[in-house]
Design a protein around this ligand. Structure first.
Ligand code: PLP
Length: 410
């Protein structure tokens, strides 16, 4: 490294060279700067339910407060037994392959477990198939672990279903795993059983580990049903990730789990690696582990928000309809999760740099979205918007967007 101000430059490690997480990148930094200047920013950038009035079920809060005195010490590195038993039971009644408490790891959110799963698996040059667009932590975690995320395309014309031919064409000798995000962030797609079965078949043929991110599995609209890919592949090593951040609205608790199913004998070495990583971080935040049993066993209040008359469903409908009315904007109706991923027709909107688009929109209209390339989408023609804000705010936001787009060019 060179010198700066007469001192040796302090640089980030080479491990971070290809690691990015744009959801909290430079555009958000600019939004914070504008807020410091006194501007009110309409935030449609992050899937964080509680600040929008989607508060946690009361019974979760009561249980965590009650358990706080008993949650002072470290727990087992995989987590407290009562929570792992609750996760096991949760899957038992769902037609899942057999899963024992020893197959369940609790983490500080799904995020920590994703990083551990990748750190434990990948050597330099190893590849992981990751969807495009993706939730970008998956790509970042693969890169940080020394591997390469190879992106398979999801097809907007097919309701954003993964393109099976593209998946097959991208398998190499170095491919170790395939990541499936279902329901999907950022597209809102919920994958049909046949698509999941076909992905499982590719994994079977090429001996890939299946990594299923199912954090939105209970946030479904219009009667959509969720299928866990693990339930279609009891003969494959599947890592299924889920947690309390979304359906139970306690994202700040940092509480998630990983359930491992399928044959394990051949994977013993990898699983020992996961144990090392779990031991190194001692355990997940213990008070938040106590939220798991009551969340899974208690009243499922998420259903009130997503069924007819529910606030989330209504907000999705309003945002989807309004966005589709903007000239040159089209958006697939999300069947799950909390996001819309609209397309900006390049014939109508001349956008070459979508991060700049997000910045310009922020500065001009004081509203915050995330540009599509931040989700490893290859072309600068999409963006993501969260439909957590109330209908009035969504109407306001889409109105501002329309006004902005009517004169914007790069
Ligand atoms: N996976 C997906 C698809 C997500 O959208 C998110 C959060 O937005 C996460 C994982 C991270 O969740 P957690 O809060 O459990 O770390």
């Amino acid at each position: 490294g060179g010198t700066l101000y007469g001192m040796r430059a302090v640089t980030q490690s080479k491990k971070l060279q290809n690691v990015c997480y744009e959801i909290r990148g430079p555009v958000l930094a600019e939004a914070k700067r504008l807020e410091d200047e006194g501007h009110r920013i309409l935030k449609l950038n992050i899937g964080n339910p509680a600040p929008f009035g989607f508060e946690a079920p009361e019974d979760i809060l009561v249980d965590v407060i009650q358990e706080l005195p008993t949650a002072q010490g470290y727990s087992d590195s995989k987590g407290i037994l009562s929570a792992r038993r609750a996760v096991k039971q949760h899957y038992e009644v769902r037609d899942f392959p057999p899963v024992g408490v020893e197959d369940i790891y609790l983490g500080n959110g799904v995020s920590e477990l994703i990083v551990m799963a990748m750190q434990g698996l990948l050597d330099n040059g190893d590849e992981v198939l990751v969807p495009a667009p993706d939730y970008p932590l998956w790509t970042a975690a693969a890169s940080l672990a020394g591997g390469t995320a190879v992106h398979y395309v999801c097809d907007e014309q097919a309701g954003w279903a993964p393109d099976l031919d593209d998946i097959r064409s991208k398998v190499t000798d170095r491919t170790r795993a395939i990541v499936v995000i279902n329901p999907n962030n950022p597209t809102g797609a919920v994958y049909p059983r046949e698509v999941l079965a076909a992905i499982a078949q590719v994994a079977r043929e090429h001996e890939l580990i299946v990594m299923a991110d199912e954090i939105y599995d209970k946030i479904l609209y219009d009667g959509a049903t969720h299928t866990s890919i693990a339930s279609l592949a009891p003969d494959l090593l599947c890592l299924t990730f889920n947690g309390l951040s979304k359906a139970y609205r306690v994202a700040g608790f940092r509480s998630g789990w990983l359930a491992i199913t399928g044959p394990k004998e051949h994977a013993r070495n990898y699983l020992e690696g996961l144990d090392i990583l779990a031991n190194m971080r001692l355990c997940a935040n213990v008070p938040a582990q106590h939220a798991i049993q009551v969340a899974l066993g208690g009243y499922q209040s998420i259903n009130e928000l997503i069924l007819p008359g529910g606030r989330l469903l209504e907000q999705r409908n309003v945002a989807w309809e309004m966005l589709n009315q903007i000239p040159g904007v089209s958006v697939t109706k999300p069947e799950g999760a909390l996001y819309l991923f609209p397309r900006l027709d390049p014939k109508v909107h001349d956008i070459r740099d979508d991060e700049r688009f997000a910045l310009d929109l922020l500065r001009d209209q004081k509203m915050l979205i995330v540009h599509g390339t931040g989700f490893n989408w290859a072309s600068p023609d999409h963006f993501r918007l969260v439909f957590l804000p109330r209908v009035e705010d969504l109407e306001d936001a889409v109105g501002r967007l329309e006004k902005f787009l009517s004169t914007y060019s790069q």
